[in-house]
Design a protein around this ligand. Structure first.
Ligand SMILES: [Zn+2]
Length: 83
């Protein structure tokens, strides 16, 4: 995992309530913290990284991604897009 990588991340158990443990789309900062599309900052020691599909997605992050893709951005593939 490198700086600038897009990761799927949520808070570790116990850092926040279970209802707040949604999965964000975030980039890794030089400090090791994650900065999500919904502008949450998750410290390196508070972060739980997820591989593949799992967890309840952060609706704000999903919305930001959808708006970016509808604006013509191609940096992230939409789920379910024809291949
Ligand atoms: Zn989010």
């Amino acid at each position: 995992m490198g700086v600038g990588d897009v990761v799927r991340v949520r808070f570790r158990p116990g850092v926040v309530g279970e209802a707040a443990r949604v999965v964000h789309q975030a980039v890794v900062l030089p400090t090791g913290a994650c900065f999500s599309l919904c502008e949450a900052v998750i410290g390196e020691s508070e972060a739980e990284f997820l591989d593949g599909v799992g967890g309840m997605p952060c609706m704000v992050c999903v919305r930001v991604m959808a708006l970016r893709s509808s604006a013509g951005g191609r940096e992230l593939d939409a789920p379910g897009a024809a291949s």
